[in-house]
Design a binder for this molecule. Structure first.
Ligand code: 3PG
Length: 210
């Protein structure tokens, strides 16, 4: 299971996170992100149109990996899978959510913020985690502290990641990639500034962030 998630994320520096109100906008933003080199995106289940947006993006861009984000329970996991999500992302983890993923054969990137969270995940066979909220929880200092007791664990820091701190985070050996909303923010989507989204994605994918 761990190797499977590592494989999914190995080709990308960043997972852009979209919280979208409209499937058409989701497609346009995703097309811009893909033009900028993104191969994986996350659409959070925080809006009424999130599932329709996942479905629309998968139809328009079948080769783009689309994750459902903010998956909190098995019902949301089922809905995300039915909409065509390639995998699920959660901000934290519960034993029930980890078991639901295993029972469904659903790829899950579960969130952790502490050593105890990681131990719960390891006990269920997970080795790759979203570190959330990455910067508020300690950023690089936390990643380095966790590398001692958990040398084989890999992280996708998310939450407070910006184009300015992206490079510093990606330089940590236990970081596979980062997640963040800055490449496709609500204001850029509202402004239909697809060129800006493409440019931010392109800079992020090259690991520079700016
Ligand atoms: C998430 O859903 O993981 C976070 O909202 C992303 O955090 P950010 O907005 O600080 O990038």
């Amino acid at each position: 299971m761990a190797g499977e998630m590592e494989g999914r994320l190995s080709g990308t520096s960043v997972i852009p996170i979209l919280t979208v109100q409209d499937p058409e906008q989701a497609v346009l933003a995703s097309e811009a992100l893909a033009r900028g080199g993104m191969t994986v995106i996350e659409i959070t289940l925080r809006t009424a149109q999130a599932l329709a947006s996942i479905r629309a993006v998968k139809e328009a861009l079948p080769s783009l990996q689309v994750a459902a984000g903010t998956v909190l329970d098995d019902r949301q996991m089922d809905a995300a899978l039915a909409a065509g999500s390639d995998f699920c992302v959660s901000p934290g983890l519960t034993p029930a959510l980890l078991r639901a993923a295993r029972d469904r054969g659903c790829s899950l990137l579960p969130g952790v913020a502490t050593a105890s969270d990681i131990m719960c995940g390891l006990a269920e066979g997970f080795q790759v985690f979203k570190l959330f909220p990455a910067m508020a929880a300690g950023g690089v200092a936390l990643l380095r502290s966790l590398s001692g007791p958990f040398p084989d664990v890999r992280f996708c820091p998310t939450g407070g990641v910006t184009r300015e701190n992206l490079g510093i985070l990606l330089a940590e050996p236990n970081v596979l990639c980062c997640g963040g909303s800055w490449m496709a923010s609500q204001s850029l989507i509202d402004a239909a500034d697809w060129a800006a989204i493409e440019g931010l994605a392109s800079a992020a994918q090259s690991g520079r962030g700016t």
